[in-house]
Design a protein around this ligand. Structure first.
Ligand SMILES: Cc1ncc(COP(=O)(O)O)c(C=O)c1O
Length: 357
């Protein structure tokens, strides 16, 4: 069975021995902090390190148990039933669920190869008066696209004009395999942006270390929801990540990931060209975990998924990524945790499935 379902890192990418040493050292060096209740904002040295990196005050940084949990805190703090939240269409399925669970009306803005359709976005803003827009600017989940600098400036301008909070989720930002970095929306409108990031894709998702940074007042409000939820987050994983960074190990780890994942992306794109050229369209990602494929054939997601299973292929339901549910023909292909052989075999199986429908 080949799984094109979850966007998980490759198991062989985990820096197991280094993390074991960092965890042991964190436990002894910071025992009085990590074994005790601490700040709801998270482990101070890591917050201070991140704050310095972004030129912010340390209280503008909130560490939590994964970026998704911070989305949940944002939702619970800022959303009341009927609050409108814009997302790219398609977008990360779990975030759509989290916003809806808090009572939000989630509206999708069509996504183009270089980011959201800004004209459509402005029209939707005028009609629906959203409180916030959730965007994944770098190597988007699930489409793999990256928002151009011009569109980031456009989103920043819309945020200013319409008093919109931008939630910019950037867990893949440092996993760029080609091209060069584009400034974040956070750097353009820091007073209107909460930027999220995570060590899940760089070190390990099981450590559950995610972060948010943003305007002080907003971070205070979200932080109080965090405090009322768990008093303090698990501090040992955060201290372990801090040790890893303080030992200067992160750049080499990221380099290792680039070298592992870049050929997997190339293999997937080559296999798609060879097998799927007439069957589907896709954008070419410059990094991240996913290629998003849109089939030219009109199929039902359930039919596709069950036929794929017969061919030994697990797929996710494309509709989940679309706020309006119109994603039957969308297939997200995560490539990082598959070998090049599995990628080849998986794409060949996908092509057979689509041809048979
Ligand atoms: C865009 C995006 N945000 C957040 C997450 C979850 O991150 P974390 O493990 O830090 O909760 C993911 C994981 O797939 C993701 O793709």
């Amino acid at each position: 069975m080949i799984s094109f379902t979850r966007g998980v890192p490759a198991t062989e990418a985990f820096p197991v021995e280094a993390l074991a040493e960092c965890a042991a050292s964190a436990l002894t060096t910071y025992s009085s902090q990590v074994l005790q209740y601490g700040s709801f904002r998270g482990f101070d040295p890591l917050r201070e390190y991140i704050a310095a990196e972004y030129g912010l005050a340390s209280d503008q940084v909130l560490l939590s148990q994964g970026a998704l949990q911070i989305v949940d805190f944002i939702a619970r703090t800022l959303i009341t039933p009927g609050t409108v939240v814009l997302v790219e269409q398609p977008s990360y399925d779990r975030v759509i669920k989290v916003f809806r669970r808090a009572g939000a009306t989630v509206v999708g803005v069509p996504l183009q190869e270089d980011g959201m359709d800004l004209a459509a976005c402005e029209e939707i803003i005028r009609q629906t008066h959203p409180l916030m827009a959730y965007v994944i600017s770098d190597f988007q989940n699930p489409s793999g696209t990256t928002m151009s600098e011009a569109k980031r400036r456009g989103v920043a301008a819309l945020a200013e004009q319409y008093n919109l909070l931008v939630v910019e989720d950037s867990p893949y930002r440092r996993l760029r395999y080609s091209g060069s970095d584009i400034p974040t929306i956070q750097s353009m409108v820091p007073n209107r942006t909460i930027q999220l990031s995570s060590y899940s894709k760089l070190l390990s998702p099981g450590l559950r270390v995610g972060l948010a940074l943003g305007p002080q007042q907003t971070m205070d409000r979200i932080g109080r929801t965090a405090q009322d939820t768990y008093i303090t987050p698990a501090l040992l994983p955060q201290a372990t990540v801090f040790e890893f960074i303080a030992r200067g190990l992160l750049p080499a780890q990221i380099e290792k990931l680039h070298n592992l994942y870049r050929p997997r992306l190339s293999e997937l794109l080559a296999a798609l060209d060879a097998e799927m050229g007439v069957l589907a369209t896709w954008a070419i990602p410059q990094g991240g975990f996913f290629v998003g494929v849109t089939l030219r054939k009109d199929v039902k997601a359930e039919t596709l998924i069950s036929r794929a299973l017969q061919e030994g292929l697990q797929l996710t339901n494309g509709r989940d990524f679309f706020a309006d549910g119109r994603g039957d023909t969308f297939v997200r292909l995560p490539f990082c945790a598959l070998t090049t052989e599995e990628i080849d075999e998986g794409v060949r199986a996908l092509a057979r499935v689509v041809l048979s429908l």
